[in-house]
Design a protein around this ligand. Structure first.
Ligand code: FES
Length: 139
């Protein structure tokens, strides 16, 4: 499988600056009992395939990135590269996520490593759609 790298500057990579920005507000999601509930119609970053939202804070045990994949499927990953812990971003058109650092560790939808300096998979979490809500159940 050919690995496509996100177009990021060397400075962004050295600083570990992810392409996926923090959302302007966090009102569209909540976290209770190991479940994250997202109001899909209010999650602007998820409106198109290859979009993503970063979920951080609110007592979450780990940073999460939620990606809108092809065919309106959604994948949730720990947003912490298993090499040195930098954040990851979706790579448009590839159904992969990639570390924002210089080494660009790349993972498939199952979180398996397909390129880069780590051998450990990225943790994934099941996502279900219930009416207008996405529910991520943390593993
Ligand atoms: S921290 Fe992700 S490749 Fe190094």
């Amino acid at each position: 499988m050919e690995v496509i790298k996100l177009n990021r500057s060397i400075f962004q990579r050295i600083l570990g600056k992810p392409a996926t920005e923090l959302p302007e507000n966090n009102d569209f999601w909540s976290f209770t009992d190991s479940k994250i509930t997202i109001k899909l119609s209010e999650a602007n970053g998820l409106s198109k395939p290859d979009g993503a939202v970063r979920l951080e804070g609110k007592g979450l045990p780990n940073r999460i990135i939620l990606v809108h994949g092809k065919k309106d499927q959604y994948q949730a990953y720990d947003n912490k590269c298993t090499h040195m812990g930098r954040r990851v971003d979706p790579v448009p058109g590839t159904e992969t996520v990639q570390c924002c650092s210089v080494n660009c560790a790349t993972f498939n939808q199952k979180g398996e490593v397909i390129d880069g300096p780590t051998k450990k998979p990225l943790k994934t979490h099941p996502v279900t759609l219930e009416n207008d809500k996405l529910i991520i159940t943390l593993n």
